[in-house]
Design a protein around this ligand. Structure first.
Ligand SMILES: C[S@@+](CC[C@H](N)C(=O)[O-])C[C@H]1O[C@@H](n2cnc3c(N)ncnc32)[C@H](O)[C@@H]1O
Length: 222
């Protein structure tokens, strides 16, 4: 089976898993911590590991986590000492899960979660650090759960790079996740067209076959 068909099947199974969570939610263990997920929320997974293990947040910095899902990246930013974290997600279930997790980890005062299509709810707010683990693949998404993995026409990724500069403070940095089964080339073109310099910071495979690899890129104004 080629990588694309294998990935289709695997991602559809994961979407079923996200939908099958009981209404009261359940725990997912990740990096020795517990996260709560309500139905239809993307679970913390290996894709965010290279980012979480390698990103830098200096004490007091303001962080925006775009496509926050369970809130996992924002919560690790809080553990690093962020002064303020805003998590945004288009999926109301994700907003509920991330809000719950911010409280569970004791960061309700630091981390705020908002339902927002990318930057829509942010006005002119700017951040020192912007993190994003958006859907990697250009593939039609029929519902909000599929939208956690597939980006119809790659429009969300395109709009991210068109809008991100407005929310990045001078001297700020972006940490952006992609995969070997995603659109790394297109991501790079979009970032460069937005005036960003792109550097691969880290990569991790899920196993020794290296069939699935996840990357984090650091980006700053060129
Ligand atoms: C791959 S998941 C990542 C979730 C979480 N950040 C993590 O690392 O586990 C992508 C997330 O992006 C969200 N998303 C997709 N399109 C979006 C948009 N236009 N605006 C905001 N969030 C979006 C999805 O709902 C999903 O929660």
């Amino acid at each position: 089976m080629d990588l694309s068909s294998f990935t289709d099947q695997w991602q559809m199974q994961r979407q079923q898993l996200f939908k099958a969570v009981p209404p009261e939610g359940r725990t997912v263990r990740y990096l020795d911590k517990e996260f709560w997920v309500y139905p239809e929320t993307f679970w913390p997974f290996a894709d965010s590991l290279p980012l979480i293990r390698n990103f830098r947040v200096d004490a007091g910095e303001h962080v925006l986590d775009v496509g926050t899902g369970s809130g996992v990246i924002g919560i690790f930013a809080c553990y690093q000492g962020a002064g303020r974290v805003v998590g945004v997600d288009i999926n109301p279930a994700a907003v509920r899960s991330a809000t719950h997790n911010a409280a569970l980890h004791g960061f309700s005062d630091t981390m705020q979660v908002m339902q927002s299509d990318l930057f829509e709810a942010l006005g002119d707010q700017q951040f020192d650090v912007i993190t994003a683990n958006l859907p990697f693949r250009n593939k039609p998404a029929p519902d909000v759960v599929a939208m956690s993995q597939w980006d119809t026409g790659f429009k969300t990724n395109t709009r991210f790079f068109e809008g991100v500069g407005r929310h990045l403070r001078p001297g700020g940095r972006i940490y952006f996740v992609q995969s070997n089964f995603g659109e790394i080339g297109t991501m790079q073109q979009l970032a460069e067209a937005a005036g960003l310099k792109v550097t691969e910071l880290a990569r991790e495979a899920t196993d020794d076959s290296r069939r699935q690899e996840f990357f984090v890129f650091e980006m700053a104004r060129a």
